[in-house]
Design a binder for this molecule. Structure first.
Ligand code: SF4
Length: 305
């Protein structure tokens, strides 16, 4: 019988890859899709932690990452032995880990969250009187502590893409937009000074929805502080709007994730033909068994956008 192969692509991949995928989405959307699909093979055009998550929640499927270099700075900046020691320092806390983490990292967590459900889940834990530690994204944790008063001890890694957004460059650009309104919308992986300037802060999915539902001045400039791949989807949804990448330094309006962009059309097609790519078959049974628990807690939690 012919194998069923599905291709999942994250919003941060290039448009040409999104166009050959069966499903395009953010981390949460793609994780849910990976759990529910009956495909024999999942080609994951994203980064390694996403492909690992797909394998953990759908262990029967063969999961292929098109390029072995597709990692994430939130993963590479986290030393697992140091994380274990940090976890032990806060034994009486609940460990909430952002989905942008390795399988070993998730296996040390009590809950996994995405940027779409993190506020609801931590609010829920606080309502039960739990104390929470948050890893690995320092910027997102600082924002959550500032905005919601969560007061969580934080692990210290950053997304190298979002961490580059710069308040000074932003103020320089906005000071030059004199004849029209402007709005800044940002992903919470961005630095706190940039987030404080934002009209809206939300997940990749939330940012896209904000643009889709935009009903303010038609000629306003919309600056977007997140990875540049999503601008393709935003411009497709609302081609009449002036949507621009937020600056990372004066004069530069570009910010791409080098790991996501390794998912070239050629690499994805070869993975679809099972000719190349990394098969996610190296996770131990113990890691898979421990990591599925916090992931399932998240997937079972009623989330809001
Ligand atoms: S955009 Fe940042 S968080 Fe996302 S995969 Fe790239 S480095 Fe990791």
């Amino acid at each position: 019988m012919k194998k069923k192969i599905v291709t999942l692509a994250h919003y941060y991949t290039i448009p040409e890859v999104q166009n050959i995928a069966d499903r395009v989405g953010d981390s949460l959307d793609l994780a849910i899709y990976a759990k529910e699909t009956d495909a024999d093979v999942i080609v994951f055009a994203g980064v390694k932690f996403m492909a690992e998550t797909a394998k953990i929640i759908n262990p029967k499927a063969k999961v292929i990452l098109p390029d072995m270099g597709s990692t994430c700075s939130l993963v590479t900046m986290t030393d697992i032995n140091k994380l274990k020691a940090w976890r032990m320092e806060y034994k009486d806390h609940v460990h909430v880990a952002y989905i942008n983490s390795s399988a070993e990292h998730k296996a040390l967590a009590d809950w996994v969250v995405t940027s779409r459900n993190v506020v609801d889940i931590i609010t829920h834990l606080h309502s039960e009187g739990k104390r929470v530690i948050y890893s690995p994204d320092r910027n997102m944790g600082a924002y959550l502590n500032f905005e919601y008063g969560f007061n969580m001890p934080l692990w210290s890694a950053v997304c190298e893409v979002h961490d580059k957004f710069n308040e000074e460059a932003l103020l320089d650009i906005t000071s030059k937009i004199k004849d029209k309104s402007h709005y800044l919308i940002s992903h919470p992986e961005s630095p706190l000074p940039v987030l404080k300037q934002s009209t809206y802060i939300g997940s990749t999915f939330g940012l896209l929805n904000w643009v889709k539902n935009y009903d303010k001045e038609p000629n306003a400039v919309i600056l977007v502080a997140t990875e540049d791949g999503i601008l393709y989807n935003m411009k497709q949804a609302r081609p009449e709007l002036d949507i621009r990448q937020a600056p990372i330094y004066k004069g530069c309006q570009c910010n791409s994730c080098p790991y996501m962009k390794l998912n070239t059309v050629d690499a994805v097609k070869k993975a679809q033909n099972e000719e190349s790519g990394v098969v996610i078959d190296y996770l131990s049974d113990e890691i898979m068994a421990d990591a599925i628990i916090p992931i399932n807690r998240m997937l079972g939690f009623k989330h809001t956008a």
